[in-house]
Design a protein around this ligand. Sequence first.
Ligand SMILES: *Cc1c(COP(=O)(O)O)cnc(C)c1O
Length: 384
Amino acid sequence: MKTIPMLDLRLEYEYMKEDIDNAIKKCLNHQRWILGPEVKELEDKMALYLGTKHCIGACSGTEALVMALRALAIKRKKQEFFDHNDKIITTSFTFTATGDTILRAGATPVFVDIDPETFNIDIHQIEECIAKTKNVVGIVPVHLYGQACNMDEIMKLAGEHELFILEDVAQAYGGMWKEQKLGSIGTAGAFSFFPAKNLGGFGDGGMVATDDDEIMEMVRMLLRHGGKDKYNVDHVGYNGRLDTLQAAIVSAKMKYIDEFNEKRRNIAEIYTKELSDVDGLVLPVKNVNMPDEHVFHQYTISVLRGKRNELQKYLKEKGISTMVYYPYPLHKMKVFGSGRSKSFGSLMHSESATEHVLSLPVEPLQSMADTEKIIDIIRKFFTK
Ligand SMILES: *Cc1c(COP(=O)(O)O)cnc(C)c1O
């Protein structure tokens, strides 16, 4: 039986083989594996693409988040870590690392609920949470599945309450809010090049983007063990550098990112067109009032009436992979228990989403025939 994967990284490699092979060969020739020329090259290219003053390579999206948060603590509080009393607002419906990095930076994550339509953090909940919570120092909005949070509203709240905004852009490279690239709007943005992200390397990698000189300098110190001189350091640092080889590969792949994001949008458009009349599904509908450009890192449907797991099993039997992003909300995880985090309100939409969401294959190079096959089988499930 022919199977359809969520992603086909081998197919993508074949598509851009020459560019990638050449980039790797260049590294083999120069042998400068730690902070080699490709790292600076990628940082400059990305800063230009995103429209930020600085980009700083990191060894993963997670470490990019941690180092950005640590740099913010050092800059704003003049201390190595945030205090447990410092609250950072984020969503409960995201990848673990969003909340975990807040813990690692010493602060307390405060989880607020999502807007059930977009799965992104609910702006009204943030507003209420700020009004009722002491010592909120910042917000980490996540552009989930490649769709922008309402950055106008978030930046407005940041201005009114002197908060920092760290955008978690791990799923939204190339996504836009109005005329601005995601990750370039807040105080800083953190990207991931995990292989399955919409801009992925051949291993772990990440990036911090910022206009702030102090944050840039601090992240550069933190990623080299905490000092300008790594043999005589000032801060509690990390070995957080972006690998030369990953920088070379991501740099080669950047040539294709706009084309691939467009291909993702095209597949999403077909799904939406062909599935919109299926009773029992809620599709990621484009809100015409939202001036964003979705990059469809995931095309995520909601399956109603408790049929999500049944549909997933049915698709699997027919050779079609799907994924549940995410099966648990952060506030229910043990790591965020024992008083380490706070929950604001009921978080009912986050909890409900974990029971209903299903992400369909969006391989940019996926054939029309495969997309149609997936649609056919989903339709069959609902008429069987
Ligand atoms: C993948 C991801 C991260 C972490 O990135 P890594 O490169 O895997 O460390 C953080 N936040 C979100 C929302 C992600 O999807």
